[in-house]
Design a protein. Sequence first.
Length: 103
Amino acid sequence: MDDIFDREKVFDCMFDPVTSTILAELEDGEKDGLFLAKKSAIPETEVLERLSYLIEHGFVHKNYNNGKSIFSANAEKLTQIIEHSDTFSATINGLEKMDTYLN
């Protein structure tokens, strides 16, 4: 796993309304792809597509159980990127961007 990633791309993923809904579901623990798809009203393949960059860089983990894709959030890594002082302004920008999606 590569520790070098595009912070802006991570924030774009995290603050996208659909992806943020998925991440909110993962706060409570691991969930299978079908459950996340139903909660987000998107196809299961799109769940993986939306999470792919976060999976690639270790913000979300993907495993398999009985043929199902199981996703879990790396809460520590997600928290670190938000709390890191160098990314505070990027966090604010991400929140503002999310606000524009919602309004």
